[in-house]
Design a protein around this ligand. Structure first.
Ligand code: ARG
Length: 570
């Protein structure tokens, strides 16, 4: 918004395309140095003058009622005439269309996200995929794309042979009914413990998986049972987190189509035998071979991902696909994409792994095999419980305290995840994430709630004051009001929102918006504490309330994109 005004002025004077001018404009490190700055270094060559000469000449000839240009060495610093601009700017910032982008118009973006494994606990890694994927989904929609989310459940593979074998030996229906995932996990862990001493277990498991692949009735119905109990548990989590999927298509969905993939690979001459297994060699790419068919004739994870990729291209008609999956699967995706490239599938260039780093939860890592697992549901419950305590201390009379505690507890977790650069490893601390003062979800939520109570106070006040102050009503239409530094800093920050959304989408990085909204809350709180809002002169109060309202809407909008709710009171 502001940047466009600067570009408008510079464009007729420079022999450069608009986008290039725009890319050169900078935000000065300190506000005294102007609202925006334009460095003249790169112009020196073509204009055959020293940068400082160029900046002086340009600054002298730039005039506008909205801004003032001053040369400072090789830079032109731009200072906006706040008073002249405030009213139009507030109107623009309040427009619900402000911040919606069209960069993705006409493009379909498929997002592979969450994708937990059946009969195993929903761990922190899958939480990250869910939370990051859901945020990207909403951000892409906001940027004009048509987004579709897919839950690519890990519901197929030899582990289901193990699961069934273990169930047949030690399964207890009563325990399964009561605590399905914990009991499934117990069986899975027991299988691995006992397998070491009892090789017949492995044989049994392989036999069960074979039966499952052949469609044996008992095997299929047991497998379905494990899928169902897991889904019930996962859905509880998705509901709480407000996450929805356009498609739930697990690996099993593609089983019938893997033959097709294998045929294609054979026809292209890429499939070779190695150690009785079938692989695609990736020596030229500097990668280990991609396994396609195992010794025992069964397909494997990469085979199913190759098949899935074709499905997403041919049936879903995806223009781009994002795989929001932990960084530890980097090689897997490199191999899958390399195989597709070798097959000559140009479209696969737009299939992208969006990795994220490991998250520990207060030092605890998860490892399913040993059964030392942090259960997501326990983490969510603990966060909500602690949020309830904090809220009870701060605001004991809050009406819907339980609902707010849920919103704040989950908000702390979701925001605490998303504020990190996704590739960073995170050791999550609940205490830190729940603090109302740090760079946290609750801090931003609290800022929003503070604005809502300010606005409702203002509403009741104006109703009472309306008669007494009607004489000053004319002032309201006057734009000539002084905009303080603190308010101006908030307005400038608000005006940068579209660029930040665009950047977040381009980098596939929800943390861009999380950091942006932290800064917005901090700038707003500084304004709120430094200045009198209610009871300031009428026209000043009007613009301050308007500004507050816009900040509240923007916070709500961004937190919504990130998957964090915004209670009206806290
Ligand atoms: N189920 C897998 C896991 O938990 C993640 C699947 C990710 N998506 C994919 N298309 N491979 O490790």
């Amino acid at each position: 918004m502001l940047i466009n005004k600067v570009v408008d002025l510079l464009e007729p004077m420079l022999d450069l395309p608009r986008v290039e001018i725009e890319a050169m404009v900078e935000v000065p490190p300190r506000p005294e140095m102007g609202d925006l700055a334009f460095p003249c270094f790169t112009l020196a060559k073509t204009m055959r003058k020293a940068p400082a000469v160029i900046s002086a000449e340009l600054a002298a000839s730039l005039t506008s009622p909205e801004l003032r240009a001053e040369a400072a060495g090789p830079y032109i610093n731009f200072y906006f005439e706040r008073t002249n601009m405030a009213s139009a700017m507030l109107t623009r910032l309040a427009d619900p269309q402000f911040g919606k982008l069209q960069v993705g118009a006409g493009k379909k973006m498929v997002i592979d996200m969450s994708s937990p494994n059946i009969a195993k606990p929903f761990g922190i890694g899958h939480l990250r995929s869910t939370v990051i994927g859901a945020a990207l989904y909403r951000m892409y929609e906001e940027a004009g794309y048509t987004a579709e989310s897919v839950n690519h459940l890990g519901d197929w593979g030899t582990q289901f042979g193990k699961q069934i074998a273990a169930y047949k030996r030690w399964g207890e229906d009563a325990r399964l009914a009561k605590e399905p995932i914990k009991e499934s996990l117990r069986l899975y862990v027991k299988f691995h413990d006992e397998e070491e001493n009892d090789p017949s277990l492995g044989t049994e498991a392989r036999a069960w998986f074979k039966k499952l692949e052949q469609g044996d009735e008992e095997a299929v119905s047991l497998w379905k049972y494990f899928v169902d109990i897991s889904m019930q548990e996962f859905n509880r989590m998705y509901d709480r987190l407000g996450v929805k999927f356009d498609h739930v298509l697990g690996e099993s969905y593609y089983i019938d189509q893997t033959d097709n993939t294998v045929t294609k690979l054979k026809q292209s001459g890429l499939l070779t035998e190695s150690d009785e297994a079938m692989v695609v060699r990736l020596d030229e790419e500097g990668m280990p071979p991609c396994l396609i068919i195992k010794k025992d004739g069964t397909t494997i994870y990469p085979t199913r991902d190759l098949t899935t990729a074709y499905y997403r291209h041919e049936v879903m008609k995806a223009d781009e696909v994002l795989y929001v999956v932990g960084a530890e699967q980097k090689l897997h995706f490199q191999q899958v994409f390399a195989v597709l490239a070798k097959m000559g599938e140009k479209w696969s260039e737009h299939f992208i792994h969006v990795p994220f780093g490991l998250m520990k939860f207060e030092g605890r890592k998860m490892s399913t095999r040993r059964g030392k697992v942090v259960f997501l549901e326990e983490v969510l419950d603990e966060a909500v419980e602690r949020a309830a305590q904090i809220i009870n201390e701060k605001n004991p009379n809050l009406q819907n305290a339980a609902e707010v505690a849920e919103q704040v507890g989950l908000g702390a977790i979701v925001f605490g995840d998303l504020k990190n650069h996704r590739l960073n490893e995170v050791d999550f601390s609940l205490e830190e994430a729940l603090s109302f003062e740090g760079e946290t979800g609750p801090y931003v939520q609290y800022t929003h709630a503070r604005i809502q109570s300010l606005l409702s106070k203002a509403n009741t006040n104006t109703d009472e004051e309306i008669e007494e102050t009607s004489k000053s009503a004319a002032d309201e239409h006057s734009d000539q009001v002084q905009i303080s530094d603190a308010a101006w800093a908030v307005m400038k920050h608000l005006s940068r929102y579209p660029e930040q959304l665009e950047r977040g989408v381009r980098l596939k990085e929800p943390s861009v918006l999380a950091r942006y909204v932290i800064d917005l809350a901090q700038l707003y709180n500084r304004f709120y504490h430094q200045e009198k809002i209610l009871g300031s002169p009428k026209n000043e109060q009007t613009y301050k309330l308007k500004l507050s309202e816009i900040v509240g809407q923007r916070i709500k909008g961004i937190l919504g994109l990130l998957g964090v709710q915004t209670p009206e009171r806290m």
